[in-house]
Design a protein around this ligand. Sequence first.
Ligand code: 5AD
Ligand code: SF4
Length: 478
Amino acid sequence: MKKQPGWALPSLKEAQVRTHKQSQIEKGLFEIPTEAKLLGQGKRYYLRTYGCQANQRDSETLAGIMEALCFTPCEDAEQADVILLNTCAIRKNAEDKVLGELGQLKRLKKENPDLVIGICGCMSQEEAIIDTLLTHYRHVELIFGTHNLHRLPILLYQVMTTHKKVIEVYSKEGEVIENLPVIRFDSHKAWVNIMYGCDKFCTYCIVPYTRGKERSRMMEDILEEVRTLKAQGFHEITLLGQNVNAYGKDLGLAGGFAKLLAEVAQIGIARVRFMTSHPWDFTDEMIDVIARYDNIMPFIHLPVQSGDSDILKLMGRRYTIEEYKKLYDKITSNIKNCAFSTDIIVGFPNESEAQFQHTLDIVDYCKFDNAFTFIYSPREGTPAAKMADNVPLAVKQERLQRLNEKTNYYTHMQNEKYRGKIVTVLVDGFSKKNDQVYSGHTDTNKLVNFIGKDVKAGDFVEVEITDVKTWSLDGKQV
Ligand code: 5AD
Ligand code: SF4
């Protein structure tokens, strides 16, 4: 399909540009034009979210906007008038999932030509994906990106009134946009963005291109949001950023993330979490603050990616494996019972068997409570995608399997520590698999399924752990 005038198309090349300009804080960008105010009256929307917590939080904004336009949510795409897929581009298999779903949706568009199918999120930011959508997925009529969620009312109005394709994706550093509507998907725990984007440019990663420059929200805006959440009865918040350690650097804010974390803890919400922390630049002040406040949870997601310093260098990770170990030791000796999760990539270009062994070694050293493990997936436009690679896929798959055996062993082993213990669980509701039992999480983020009486989501319950599995603990209310 020929590109149309009026479309704004992405460029990964432009998306990597970084200037020293401070990002604008925009408080008045969101508006609903008069003619669009009742756009969704009597109409339903279906929203599906792929990928990380940043996307989950963005989806809460998308839901907020849709409901401000008078749309009603629905759980079934078959019944929707508007379908929005908030997509993830981190690995090829994440993209394939979305394209698979889009293939399925073709039939619905055929049956109901008024149906609007929209794509947003990280995949929209890639020019190759736009080409694919234009040639093979012509039933997609609306495409917008990560920088312009606030434009949804206008863009959707255009599509619904003209049924002409609307594409508006910006490749820019981005601003901080405040005051967007939000529908929180949980009643007792909430995501709170503290910053957007990423400037780390790890050589394998597409995020700095799809999400723009590292830019922090003003501390007072974050604290106000947390105070509001507390007043609304939320018991847990998770401070979100691609690398929370960098919080405040762009604002020249003294104390940065450690200061923010302490201020948030003082508001007195019962549980404060944060993610993700890059091992580089994880300061002693941060460790002090986490150790000092009982309501900051002793759980740290600390992606290691590889156990080999040469691979880490090629990945552009800014630390050696010795430095990672030192940080891990410092955290464990200062924060009581701290649990760790991590991310690991196997099969980075030309990873040797000996280098992979180093990854197994770091797992033996840290005994992670949880590990998210991935086979390296080349992302067009990133430096690693240009690196030659002579490791066959079968070898990568075999390494992933060996790695998973080890990480699962330690996950189970760490869970064993809880057998017979009494833990405090923040209840999420009934277990997803069995509505005879409740489920929730410990301070260390362990999933607990338990038998209890008259318990509801948002309660704190003391639970005795009676059995231990790899992915969960079983128990009974005491
Ligand atoms: N291939 C495989 N895994 C990746 N990740 C990021 N980019 C890639 C890629 N190209 C993983 C990293 C990161 C997590 C969110 O996803 O481990 O920490
Ligand atoms: Fe990607 Fe690295 Fe930024 Fe994490 S820190 S989002 S892995 S570039």
